[in-house]
Design a protein around this ligand. Structure first.
Ligand SMILES: Cc1cc2nc3c(=O)[nH]c(=O)nc-3n(C[C@H](O)[C@H](O)[C@H](O)COP(=O)(O)OP(=O)(O)OC[C@H]3O[C@@H](n4cnc5c(N)ncnc54)[C@H](O)[C@@H]3O)c2cc1C
Length: 416
């Protein structure tokens, strides 16, 4: 049994904590703002098993100039934050090389291969049930360019064994009759799951952890390893010794990692959505609007519409015109989407330029373990990450996990 501190009480930190506590470790989770609403609380709620394609890919790079011209389009960069974002953006462009895309997709397919089983195991360990169901998902395309980009992505996914069926608009409409607007074609992915509510799952995990008094409201400002232990230093000045420390603080992990003298490219892809607690629309499955980079997902808490990517500093003021723009676009396809009655939200995806999370030990001190940078897939990969964190703590990681190490960001190392 080890004394383990986990920094960050989002879905990744809480999944890791639950997994490690069930294995008998003495775990304490440090969360600076338990009432906050980080990415883990308001996301689209998909266990998106098919999504093994990294965001940086040739099709995205060619569409980017057009997207950037639209201030509320699928991809925006906050000009004021451009200098700070430049190293990340350059690596993003480099990651779009076909050989790197292929390697990242293969690595993500491997990580994804146990994601569902690990969710089921996490649920068993923490006493959750009925919180996710196999809905499948529909990805619609409305333009020739959008169709070509989507087809390339689905061809890649199929090569990695992801099942999907291409449909014409009429067949897609039979699956989701609310899609009365015009579109070209669609891809139906049967192996997608949807949770009841991301917030409810996080709260359930926090309750389970909190029942052992293992959830503490404190901000960790630094790590101090010495020969005997790794201490965490809190904002209140406490110096607390542990055997192991897991850094799972979303995008804010970068401050602690840099404090350890390591380089990491971790920025925020901010996303926006609107949740309608009682929309008069029945979607039997999530619908992804591929040309526009957002999704509508039917959750127990209502219909949630949103997504898109805004590269910006996490603390920059939100621009909710982006949420409104997605609602307007959705009405082209689902005219019944109400004008009012929705609740807007913005969340910070912790993203790496190659779309691969950082899961691995500090190369200079294996007592420190990293678990952050899950981008668009943090809910999906939280349980698998928890299992791999436990394997790192046990000193028996799968050799394939090495692809997710922080070494890829150190100077002198090339990307995948
Ligand atoms: C619009 C949108 C839709 C999405 N849809 C999906 C989806 O359908 N499926 C999916 O899999 N993923 C989705 N995601 C992505 C997913 O939400 C994120 O990848 C995931 O929530 C990241 O979880 P996390 O625990 O790493 O980080 P976070 O949720 O950001 O949590 C980090 C926590 O750590 C705490 N913290 C940070 N630093 C410290 C510190 N020093 N001391 C103490 N506490 C600290 C923070 O307060 C925070 O609570 C979506 C994201 C967005 C924005």
């Amino acid at each position: 049994m080890a004394r383990i501190a986990i920094v960050g009480g989002g879905i990744v930190g809480c999944a890791a904590a639950s997994w490690l506590m069930a294995e008998g470790h003495a775990v304490t989770v440090y969360e600076r703002d338990p009432a906050g609403r980080p990415a883990s609380t308001g996301n689209a709620g998909l266990i998106a098993l098919p999504e093994i394609s990294p965001l940086a890919r040739p099709g995205v790079i060619t569409q980017t100039p057009r997207w950037l011209l639209d201030p509320v389009g699928p991809l925006a960069v906050r000009v004021r934050d451009l200098p700070a974002l430049t190293p990340w953006l350059l690596r993003f462009i480099a990651s779009a090389r076909p050989d790197r895309v292929e390697k990242a997709a293969a690595a993500l397919a491997w990580l994804m291969s146990t994601a569902l089983r690990d969710h089921q195991e996490l649920a068993r360990r923490s006493g959750m049930s009925g919180h996710m169901r196999r809905t499948g998902a529909l990805y619609i395309t409305a333009s020739e360019a959008g169709y070509r980009a989507a087809k390339a992505e689905w061809d890649e996914r199929r090569r990695h064994g992801v099942p999907a069926e291409e449909l014409d608009a009429a067949a897609a409409r039979r699956l989701v009759p609310a899609l009365t607007g015009k579109f070209l074609r669609a891809f139906h992915a049967p192996e997608s799951w949807t949770v009841t509510s991301p917030l409810a799952i996080l709260e359930a995990l926090r309750r389970w952890i909190g029942a052992s008094d293992a959830l503490v409201k404190q901000e960790v400002i630094a790590l101090r390893p010495d020969d005997r232990e790794v201490s965490i230093i809190t904002a209140e000045g406490a110096d607390l010794p542990f055997d192991r420390v897991v850094i799972a603080g979303g995008v804010w992990s970068r401050t602690l990692v840099r404090g350890l003298g390591l380089r990491v490219l971790l920025e925020t892809e901010r996303g926006y959505n609107t949740t309608y607690p009682s929309a008069p629309i029945d979607l039997p499955m999530p619908v992804f609007f591929s040309d526009h980079g957002f999704i509508a997902s039917p959750l127990a808490v209502g219909l949630r519409v949103g997504g898109a990517v805004e590269m910006a500093a996490p603390e920059a003021p939100p621009n909710f015109a982006r949420a409104a723009a997605m609602r307007t676009v959705m009405r082209r396809y689902v005219p019944d989407l109400p004008e009012t009655g929705g609740v807007e939200w913005m969340g910070c995806r912790p993203s790496t330029p190659d779309s691969m999370p950082v899961i691995g030990a500090d190369p200079r001190d294996p007592r420190i373990v990293f678990a952050f940078g899950h981008g668009h897939l943090g809910l999906t990969l939280s349980a698998a990450t928890a299992r791999h964190v436990a394997s790192l703590i046990a000193g028996r990681p799968d050799p394939k996990l090495a692809a997710f190490g922080i070494g890829r960001f150190q100077k002198g190392r090339t990307a995948l």
